[in-house]
Design a protein around this ligand. Structure first.
Ligand code: NDP
Length: 287
């Protein structure tokens, strides 16, 4: 199977493969005299992590051939100043996707700014209308990490239709939307959280287990059904400075069908899904 080493499914390899496919598609548009897809990213201030994320996204866009315009705004910009930039992107026909990098400085109202993004360009899937469409089962831009997780499960060769899926974590950005996407694909889904009783008993029934908890290596083999597809969303920093997930990968490995490693698992697929959404927006506009 592609993108794997043994039972480890590398999101990094999958994202490279999907980016190569998108690159070919963009080259096709260019060859036919069409404009290329464009993503506008809006960054307020100079938060080092945000600057690093923006650089990562820009590099990924360059690989695929998506134009990436960065609107780097001063940290003290007013709410109106920020929203004027968003509206300008909304009205620019050359712009297919808008990404507002979080977090915003404290004096700005992030929810109100997100609300201003044109739902047809909301490639991060954060506007209330997109969220509503997701839960209504209507066409929408799904948030990037959940979308990346679905691509990973497909690459694992996981039969989602009819599967028993358990998602540990119910956050707005990961747990809940991934549960919704799995349900759309006809899985029978249980969402667990910090108040769930007998968690092990529930996860042991899962053909698909998504761990989005934020507790280092909490999921060991005692939580796993033999042959399960396991996606480890967690990114936790250990005392020795290394990253680890919510799953004890080594411990579960003999029991799973496949599992994603941390790092190089879900993380790279999140950016890839942003590009996938931008391409989708472009196709909907250019036809
Ligand atoms: P949140 O903190 O928003 O949510 C964590 C969820 O886990 C909550 O629903 C919480 O329950 C639940 N939870 C916490 N402890 C337990 C427990 N002991 N047993 C069962 N459930 C528990 O985190 P996120 O969803 O934003 O992120 C989860 C992890 O994924 C983090 O490590 C984060 O860094 C990582 N992440 C990775 C991304 C990537 O691209 N790879 C992207 C986004 C996040 P309750 O609701 O009751 O509090």
């Amino acid at each position: 199977m592609e993108c794997c080493e043994g039972k480890l499914l590398y999101g990094s390899l999958l994202s490279e493969k999907l980016k190569r496919q998108m690159k070919e598609e963009v080259e096709g548009y260019r060859a036919n005299g069409l404009r290329v897809p464009r993503l506008d990213t809006i960054l307020v201030g100079d938060d080092p992590s945000s600057l690093s994320y923006i650089r990562g996204k820009k590099k990924a866009c360059e690989v695929v051939g998506i134009e990436n315009v960065v609107h780097h705004l001063p940290a003290d910009i007013s709410q109106k100043g920020l929203e004027d930039v968003i509206f300008a992107c909304n009205h620019n026909d050359a712009c297919d996707g808008i990404l507002l990098q979080m977090p915003l400085p404290d004096h700005l109202d992030a929810n109100h700014a997100i609300f201003c993004i044109d739902v047809g360009k909301d490639v991060d899937g954060l506007t209330p209308l997109n969220v509503g469409r997701l839960y209504a089962g209507e066409p929408c831009f799904a948030p990037c990490t959940p979308l990346g997780i679905l691509s990973i499960l497909d690459a694992m060769g996981c039969a989602i239709d009819g599967a028993r899926a358990v998602v540990v974590g119910r956050s707005r950005l990961v747990g809940n939307p991934v549960a919704r996407l799995l349900q759309d694909r006809n899985a029978t889904v249980t969402v667990c959280h910090s108040h769930t009783r007998r968690l092990r008993q529930i996860t042991k029934e899962a053909d698909i287990l998504v761990a989005a908890v934020g507790v280092p290596q909490m999921i060991d083999h005692t939580y796993i059904k033999e042959g399960a597809c396991v996606v480890d969303v967690g990114i936790n920093r250990r005392e020795d400075g290394h990253l680890c997930g919510d799953v004890n990968t080594e411990d579960v490995l003999p029991y799973v069908h496949m599992v994603t490693p941390v790092p190089k698992g879900v993380g790279p697929m999140t950016i890839c899904a942003l590009l996938m959404n931008t391409m989708r927006s472009y196709r909907l506009k250019v036809g």
